[in-house]
Design a binder for this molecule. Sequence first.
Ligand code: SF4
Ligand code: SF4
Length: 154
Amino acid sequence: MTEYSAGPLVHACTQCGACEPVCPALLSPMRLHAAIRRLDWADPDLVGLSACTECGDCTPVCPSAIGLVADFRYAKAEIAWQRELLARADAARRRFLARRQRLAEAAEARNRALAAKSENPTASADAAVDLLQAALARARTKHLAKKAEVDGGA
Ligand code: SF4
Ligand code: SF4
C-alpha cells in the first residue's frame, strides 16, 4: 500500500471553497480531502469518491497548494484494499462455518452408526463400518457442494 501520513500539513485547508465549483463531477474536493485526513474510510463524505475522474482540475486552484488528486488516488487504493480485506475475512468465515458443519455432521453420523450397532449387537462390525462410511460419504458430498458454492461466491 502507498504510505500516507496524516501528520501536520504544510498548508492546511482554509475551507475557502475554491475547489468546489471547478469539479466537473460535482464533488466537493474540500470535503473529500477533510474525510481522507481523518483516515475514516467509512466516512459518508467519501461515498462520492468513486465518481472522481482524477482530472486534476481542483488541484491548481487550491491557494493552499494541497495535493488533492494525490489524496484522492491514495484514498481510492486504500478503500479498495479495505474492501479486499473484508471480502477475504468473509470468505474465511464462510469456510470455517462450512467446516464446522461438516465435522458436526460426521460426528452425528458416527454416533448414529454406533447407536445402530449397540441396538443390534448381532450385526457384524462390517455392517456398522458400512453405515459409517456411507454417512461420511454423504457428509463429504455435502461439503464439496458447499465448498463449490463458497468458492463460487468468493
Ligand atoms: S480530480 Fe476529482 S475531485 Fe478534483 S476536480 Fe477532478 S473529478 Fe473533481
Ligand atoms: S481550494 Fe484548497 S484550501 Fe480551498 S477549500 Fe479546496 S482544498 Fe481547501
